[in-house]
Write a protein that binds this ligand. Structure first.
Ligand code: NAD
Ligand code: IPM
Ligand code: MN
Length: 350
């Protein structure tokens, strides 16, 4: 059985996953690692961003680590064949409905954020993003010509009680092992799906998690509060689209989008999908400028959540912190190290 399936993907994806490979070799050489084309690279070779074989291998692996997908060269490809569609199909196929996105400010990076040190120093909050439902997957979905000229585009936001409840459960369980607080973000003031979201979270809380502090917040206010005073939050649970946006905002609190890893989890015992939250960064791709830490920290999450190697996860986390303490910085963090040199710094700290 494959322990770790690497899906490097496109743009900076292969650059950052190459550094993950080096870390795996140094830290956990016993892991059986495989690699498959994914995203635009798979489309170019196979005519589809996710082959049946790659999906089957992913589902039969213990953990999957994805780099990034997409890029301007695939802008004209039909939507269902685009690199991003491959990622959605992978998430749906693996049934990884809960996406953990930790906004954690490493102490040495307290001055790297565009926000003031006192706002971000010591920050450690977790976004739990619903990942296999909502407007990303709802139907109907289409663009049509209107008789009088112009077009009409439709996307559909859909959530069921069961979908909301299972992701909220993950958030409550996580909070119990942290600071015991869950903030649920939606737009119950304007959306029926938001109304249902608030009801289901409230009911689940009363039924099973009354010991956890629960707070509801409207998603627009959440965006503002994350920038104003992020340390008020412990675990924030939210839907697919809001979670996408709020996690990019939160990444900037940690110093850079290149710092934020993620773990997408589903049913216990099934493989998790690990991905940096950043994209393929076409503006810096191919220049060895990308920060590989979000990808390396995604492997750290894989060790913790899928590979039962908490010991190695702790070692890797400490090594990343140490590398940052010694001043290792890629350009996004205000430094001058290349992607490979940042990988070197982590390896040296291991
Ligand atoms: P992006 O995340 O690729 O880049 C946004 C900005 O952050 C860019 O300036 C980029 O240079 C910078 N950045 C991102 N990752 C970085 C890193 N590791 N180190 C240093 N700087 C980094 O977002 P975008 O430009 O909006 O999207 C580009 C493409 O990536 C699109 O095709 C999009 O669909 C795709 N995308 C994929 C994923 C994914 O695969 N999970 C996530 C987001 C976007
Ligand atoms: C992310 C990305 C993806 C998303 C895209 C590439 C499909 O932005 O992982 O945050 O929107 O989920
Ligand atoms: Mn995103």
């Amino acid at each position: 059985m494959t322990d770790l399936l690497l899906l490097p993907g496109d743009g900076i994806g292969p650059e950052v996953t190459a550094q993950v490979r080096r870390v795996v070799s140094a830290l956990a050489p016993d892991l059986k690692v495989e690699e498959r084309l994914f995203g635009g690279a798979s489309y170019d070779a196979h005519g589809t961003p996710l082959t049946d074989e790659a999906l089957a291998t992913a589902k039969a692996s213990r953990a999957v680590l994805m780099g990034a997908v997409g890029g301007p060269q695939w802008a004209g490809v039909p939507r269902d064949k685009r690199p991003e569609a491959g990622l959605l199909a992978l998430r749906a196929g693996m049934e990884v409905f809960a996406n953990l996105r930790p906004a954690l400010c490493f102490q040495p990076l307290a001055d790297a954020s565009s926000l003031k040190r006192e706002v971000v120093e010591g920050l450690d909050f977790m976004i739990v993003r619903e990942l296999t439902g909502g407007i990303y997957f709802g139907s109907p979905r289409f663009i049509e010509d209107l008789p009088g000229g112009g077009k009409r585009a439709v996307d559909t936001q859909v959530y069921t009680t069961a979908e909301i409840e299972r992701v909220a459960r993950v958030a409550f369980e996580l909070a119990r092992g942290r600071r015991n607080k869950v903030t649920s973000a939606e737009k119950s003031n304007v959306m029926d799906s938001g109304l249902l979201w608030r009801q289901v979270v409230t009911d689940l809380h009363a039924r099973d998690y009354a010991d956890v502090e629960l707070e509801h917040i409207l998603a627009d206010n959440a965006a503002m509060q994350i920038v104003k005073n992020p340390k008020q939050f412990d675990v924030m649970v939210t839907d697919n689209l809001f979670g996408d946006i709020l996690s990019d905002i939160s990444a900037q609190l940690t110093g850079s989008l290149g710092m934020l890893p993620s773990a997408a989890l589903g049913v216990a015992g099934k493989p998790g999908l690990y991905e940096p939250i950043h994209g393929s960064a076409p503006d810096i791709a191919g220049q060895c400028l990308a920060n590989p830490l979000a990808a390396i920290l995604s492997f750290e999450m894989a060790l913790r959540w899928s590979l039962d190697r908490t010991d190695l996860a702790d070692t890797l986390f400490a090594a990343v912190n140490k590398a940052l303490e010694t001043g290792a910085r890629t350009r996004d963090l205000g430094g001058a190290l290349t992607t490979v040199q940042m990988g070197d710094a982590v390896l040296a700290a291991l």
